[in-house]
Unconditional design. Structure first.
Length: 51
């Protein structure tokens, strides 16, 4: 039972993480850092420095 639940939930969580990463990247390149990027202490300058 537990394994079935995990098999069902893990792909959903992974898809959510991928979509969040894509959204963060798009927002960073648009320099639209309001919202959750600021909330997590990330801004476009930090991302540019990393890249």
């Amino acid at each position: 039972m537990l394994k079935g639940i995990l098999v069902f939930l893990i792909p959903i969580v992974l898809i959510g993480l991928v979509l969040t990463a894509i959204r963060a990247t798009i927002m960073a390149f648009r320099d639209d850092t309001d919202g959750f990027l600021v909330e997590y202490g990330i801004n476009s300058l930090d991302i540019s420095a990393i890249l």
